[in-house]
Design a protein around this ligand. Sequence first.
Ligand SMILES: *Cc1c(COP(=O)(O)O)cnc(C)c1O
Length: 381
Amino acid sequence: MPEQQPLGLPVHRTAAWSFGSAAEYRDVLGGLQPGYSYSRVDNPTADAFAQGVAALEGAHVDGEVVGQPFASGMAAISTVLMALTRAGAHVVAPWEVYGGTYGLLTTVLERFGVATTFVDLADLDAVRAAIRPETTVLWGETLANPTMSVADLPALSAIARDAGLTFVVDSTFASPAVVRPLEHGVDLVVHSATKYIGGHSDVTGGVAVGRPDVLSRVRHDRIDLGGSLAPDEAYLLHRGLATLPLRVTRHCSSALAVATALADHPVVERIDYPGLPGHRDHDLAVKLFDEGRFGGVVTITPRGGRDAGLALCDRLRLVMRATSLGGTHSVVSHVASTTHRQFDDAALAAAGIGPAAVRLSVGLEDPEDLVADLAQALDPL
Ligand SMILES: *Cc1c(COP(=O)(O)O)cnc(C)c1O
């Protein structure tokens, strides 16, 4: 038989590989010779997925960009944070940071002697003021939940560079089909691949990409911490990459259509979407993001209190009530009772989040059907 390449990605569903000799076994394990040994260490299907994300994120970056695959977004985030800190170290992170990352920083890493200062990333002076001699990491999110605020990646990269910090960005809400943070000076990008990269709400995974020197520390700690990606999940995530730009183009255009259609609705108090000219970070989004792409998440705040937000969720027929985002189907979460349930009304107000706010992840349905569903759900409010 001739040697041929399959068009589909093979799934290497194995825990271990055999060796032709004891010497080969010794040399692969010792790093003297390339090869696979054990799937927690390396798996070809998982590697193909991570290198695919690295190719997308690093397409326009000088120098090599590599990736590490993880079993979830939090496995990527926890491994990256552990690789870049030690007892006595300090992290600067946005107050809007993803809840799991917040919990990791304030409960887990705190127990190991890593302190965190939470700041408003839009206030560059506050970011500079928060940096201490022991700070090792500046953490950011390209698009933050649920305000959809945009991180000023070039300005924050400059601050991190001047202070000698590693600037890590969680780019889950954007995906590389909207913006590639490495092009703007970011050192390391992490994703919950569970969202846009997988794209079908049927797989959990994560990935970290960046320069080989930064990633080698991450890889080392991934192997010891054990949050490695399984080959079947890697197959689905790799498959998601092929349609990522197509899907994200549609998520973004539909999100803009929904945001625009509802912006002047009499029952809507406010829409948070960076594609709208009235959003605080619209100009920054235009500068950093690919043309016409502002992400697929729109936060809708109807008039009235918590009950108005809950009623909006309950009255939707096409849009489902579910956690997560970035899938084919549109889903909503009432922010105050789900992702931000630890916040009381005063904390929500301080964060610029109304008690009625509803986060909508716009799926791939016909945008006219989505607008119609939202309009009928808003009407009786
Ligand atoms: C979902 C999410 C995560 C966590 O990812 P998992 O795959 O659920 O572990 C991290 N950051 C952001 C911004 C997310 O939306």
